[in-house]
Design a protein around this ligand. Structure first.
Ligand SMILES: Nc1ncnc2c1ncn2[C@@H]1O[C@H](COP(=O)(O)OP(=O)(O)OP(=O)(O)O)[C@@H](O)[C@H]1O
Length: 910
């Protein structure tokens, strides 16, 4: 009663303060919709009243004596909602008021800017329907409750359910409408054009919902529906809980403006530090319709130091106002997380689940992926490029030089495909595939490309590594897809480059766990290759550098029936390859001579090295602004490919230069006077490449590619390799670290002689693999301790013999060493002609190609220039072992030319 008695003056004060509050917060209420209040608010309520409630009293019901304020006749009674009362319609829907519709449009227009156009279109359609038919009563009720009490998980679920239902219904209706109109159209067409082609079939053909209404069609619970429903739920929420604004006030304002006037419905203590003031909105709205405080979702709040102090204050205030215990304000307590808290709490989990779904759908390939074999993102689809003869590939067999046998084999495959009948008539089965193997750069890919260019059948090219992905199941799926595509275009060829990426022997190197995927990819290839029948004319070619590690199941007849090995080119092969690449080069030199000289200079070069050297020559010529590429450019280019860049900027001290000169002179004299050593081509003391201070180039003894070496050649080669160090010993008081590379070569040669080539009587005819050849040998030596000791002694003996041979010669030729070294110091580079001038002709005849291209009557190497040293020949010249890598010891025991000559170099450090 006390509050009722004070009403007149209180209302007067309230009117002033409300007007003030309303004008202050109008700006707030007009700003764009903000993010709704936290979804997850946990409330516990306790009645602050000190006296028991009366029966029927509800928290928030008008305090006794205040009931008149809430009667319809009172000035503070709730006003009609703007736009007229909400009319529940007959099918449980309530129409939106014009203001609500306007608001909905505003929010949608704002948010659709950041939305994909198709989605915006769908949501727009949905909203049209909502505007026309209204929203379910249940939804409005849930919204009203949310506006009053905030969002809770249960309400969020209700929104979700209802909006999803609405979206689904709308989609169905639109689909049906469209279908009807299409049917109508079809009927009309049929009646207008009753021709035979216009069959009933077309008119009655059921369109899939997708075709009619791409966005929401069918309403499978897919990602786009998920997004649309989520967005619609948000729009609805924003519509009914339009503002979540709040404004901070002080305790005094609260007391004077609200509490004293009996406008407070209840107080909510949030997180123990803030009190949200719930007002009797109807009362406020009827008096001050403009005030934001009249809108649902708007709250005043004030901060408190401690809950106890706040409780005391409220109690005192109510005591002062004389409010009886039974009418006191209810106070409840809530813990609310902010949006950021909610996102932080659930974000990682959602991200994790999302990522797993995303990956499994990407990787899933077939089932359920929604996009055929590729899955929705096309991950499982093969990346193979398809070429036809007409399009793309310009490489022809003529562009592939120096591998006639391989070309012939491949051509056979092509003719199998083109004229299978010729072979089938004789009862032959078409081979399934061929493996092209060989060292890097020997033209395997080029050969396959040329096959594509010549064969006239479709050609699918893919690299083995393209089957390897981090996602499980992608590899096999891509293999399936590749073969499925190939079968559609038979006859055709599939080329898998670097097949070792997936074709490694199964079960080996099983450590690390990453093998399962690779193995299943390989198994899929095996299955697919078995899967063709003879009428399916698909041939699979595969390229690899490591045929030794391939799974034997791949290599068995019926899969890769043929094994085509492509070695480094021979002298003749190199000539042909130079021929191919020189075609594009502008040169006025005699091409025959250029090809001959260059191929003699490049033992161990692969096709790729040759292509690179020719290109380098053109670049060097361009750099020196020459109008055509001449011999000296080619020679410089070859040096550069072998020895690396000249380092003119690296200045050696005179003392160091002298050491290098004597070191190189030692090698040169040995090469000159040992019968089976490699004849010198050029020696230089200009630093180049990685730490090489001096550099000498030789050609293989015998003037051609060497496939075999006898003991004499080996001993001469070792003695020559030691020539540098021996010369240092003989000419200086101390030695340097520059001979380490020479020692490495000598030791490897001697070890190979003892352990592999049966050249030591003490060890006998035994073969002991070295660590790089066999994994077992890395951990356990394949010989006894005693044999190990014997190997050591024998290797030492051989090296000592070579040393003695070298020392004897250099002691004898002490003067010659001095002459060559001094000349080298003066000119920095000596050619074979300089050696002849200084020492007289070499006492042994030069043979073969060497004589033909570098002998008497031929232009000196270097084209008369004095500053272009050439690469050299003592080297890591071990060809690939039977199916093995190139890392073995030294010269070629059997089968195959020398590897890339590494040059005899005086190294900067050990
Ligand atoms: N026989 C050849 N005739 C002409 N050019 C060749 C020949 N061999 C190699 N080349 C040149 O070398 C380049 C590289 O060759 P390619 O890619 O075919 O080597 P690869 O054997 O497939 O090497 P990798 O094993 O490293 O893949 C070719 O583009 C071509 O220019």
């Amino acid at each position: 009663m006390a509050s009722a008695l004070r009403r007149p003056q209180q209302l007067a004060r309230a009117s002033r303060q409300f007007t003030e509050a309303a004008s202050l917060s109008r700006a707030l209420s007009r700003r764009p919709a903000s993010i709704p209040r936290p979804l997850f608010a946990y409330a516990r309520t306790r009645q602050y009243a000190t006296q028991p409630e009366k029966d029927g009293d509800k928290p928030g019901s008008p305090a006794s004596g205040m009931e008149h304020l809430y009667q319809k006749s009172s000035p503070m009674s709730p006003s009609q909602p703007p736009g007229g009362p909400k009319k529940p319609d007959n099918d449980g829907k309530s129409k939106l008021s014009s203001e609500e519709i306007q608001q909905l449009d505003e929010i949608f227009n704002l948010v659709k800017k950041g939305m994909p156009a198709s989605m915006a279109q769908d949501v727009d359609k949905f909203l049209e329907k909502v505007k026309r038919d209204g929203v379910p009563d249940e939804l409005r009720k849930a919204m009203d409750e949310t506006a009053k009490e905030g969002m809770s998980p249960a309400r969020a679920a209700t929104f979700w359910r209802l909006t999803t239902q609405m979206a689904r219904q709308t989609a169905d209706e639109v689909v049906n409408e469209r279908k009807d109109s299409k049917d109508e159209q079809a009927k009309q067409q049929t009646s207008e054009d009753p021709g035979p082609g216009n069959s009933k079939k077309d008119g009655n053909k059921k369109k899939k919902p997708d075709e009619l209404f791409p966005g929401m069609s069918g309403m499978n619970f897919d990602l786009s529906q998920f997004l649309i429903s989520g967005f619609v739920a948000y729009l609805m929420y924003r519509l009914f809980v339009p503002t979540d604004n709040s404004r901070e006030i002080t305790w005094q304002e609260f007391r004077n403006t609200f509490l004293d006037k009996g406008l407070v419905e209840k107080l909510v203590v949030v997180n123990g530090n803030k009190v949200r003031v719930h007002l009797h909105r109807e009362s406020v709205a009827s008096m001050f319709p403009e005030s934001p405080a009249a809108q649902p979702g708007f709250f005043y709040y004030f901060s408190i130091g401690s809950v106890e102090a706040f409780e005391r204050r409220v109690e005192d205030a109510q005591n002062e106002l004389g409010i009886p215990g039974s009418e006191r304000l209810p106070v409840s307590y809530q813990q609310e997380g902010s949006w950021a808290d909610t996102i932080f709490a659930f974000g990682p989990t959602l991200l994790f689940i999302g990522a797993i779904m995303y990956m499994s759908r990407r990787a899933g390939g077939g089932a359920g992926g929604g996009g055929g074999p590729g899955g929705i993102f096309g991950m499982g689809r093969s990346r193979a490029k398809k070429f036809n003869m007409e399009e793309g590939i310009k490489v022809k067999f003529n562009d592939v030089a120096g591998m006639d046998e391989a070309k012939q084999e491949i051509m056979e495959f092509v003719s199998f495909l083109k004229e299978p009948a010729v072979y089938q008539k004789l009862g032959a089965k078409i081979p399934r595939g061929a493996i092209l193997s060989g060292p890097p750069g020997t033209g395997k890919t080029l050969l396959a490309k040329a096959t594509a260019g010549e064969s006239g059948v479709p050609f699918f090219s893919v690299s083995g590594s393209e089957f390897v992905e981090m996602f499980v199941g992608v590899g096999p799926s891509r293999v399936r897809d590749l073969f499925a595509n190939a079968r559609k275009s038979t006859p055709c060829i599939i080329f898998i480059d670097e097949i070792d990426a997936i074709g490694k022997a199964r079960g080996k190197n099983a450590m690390g766990g990453g093998n399962d995927e690779r193995e299943s990819t390989l198994n899929q290839i095996l299955t697919e290759m078995d899967g063709f029948n003879t009428s399916e004319q698909v041939v699979v070619l595969a390229g690899t550098n490591r045929p030794d590690i391939l799974d034997s199941a791949l290599m068995r007849p019926g899969r890769f029936d043929r094994h085509i090995s492509i070695d480094k080119p021979t002298m003749e092969g190199r000539k042909q390859i130079f021929n191919v690449h020189l075609k594009n080069i502008t040169t006025s030199e005699d091409l025959e001579l250029v090809k001959g000289r260059l191929s003699a200079l490049t033992p161990g070069f692969s096709g790729a090295d040759i292509a690179n050297a020719v290109n380098e020559a053109a670049l060097i010529a361009a750099r020196s602004q020459a109008s055509s590429v001449d011999m000296s450019h080619f020679e410089q280019a070859i040096e550069r490919v072998i020895g690396g860049l000249e380092k003119k900027s690296m200045v050696l001290s005179p003392k160091e230069k002298k050491t290098v000169a004597y070191h190189e002179a030692g090698h040169a004299i040995c090469g000159w006077y040992f019968e089976f050593a490699d004849p010198l081509l050029k020696v230089s003391i200009i630093p180049r490449g990685q730490g090489a201070l001096g550099y000498a180039q030789y050609l293989p003894a015998g003037g051609a590619d060497a496939y075999l070496m006898n003991m004499k050649q080996l001993m001469d080669r070792m003695a020559m390799t030691l020539g540098g160090r021996v010369s240092e010993e003989l000419n200086f008081p101390t030695v340097t670290s520059g001979a380490s590379d020479d020692f490495n070569k000598v030791t490897r040669l001697a070890t190979a002689m003892v352990t592999q080539w049966g050249m030591s009587s003490k060890i006998g005819y035994m073969y002991y693999p070295n660590a790089s050849e066999s994994q077992e040998a890395q951990f356990q030596k394949p010989f006894s301790e005693e044999t190990a000791r014997n190997i050591d002694t024998e290797v030492r003996r051989i090296v000592d013999e070579a040393y003695k041979q070298c020392r004897d010669l250099l002691e004898e030729k002490h003067n010659e060493v001095k002459i060559v070294a001094e000349e080298l110091l003066r000119k920095e580079m000596l050619t074979r002609d300089d050696m002849v001038r200084l020492l007289g002709p070499r006492p042994f005849d030069d043979q073969g190609e060497f004589n033909k291209y570098f002998g008497a009557g031929q232009a000196p190497l270097g084209g008369g220039r004095t500053d272009n040293p050439q690469p050299g020949g003592i080297g890591d010249s071990m060809p690939p072992k039977e199916g093995g890598s190139n890392e073995g010891p030294i010269p070629p025991p059997l089968g195959g030319p020398q590897d890339n000559p590494a040059g005899a170099m005086f190294k900067k450090d050990a």
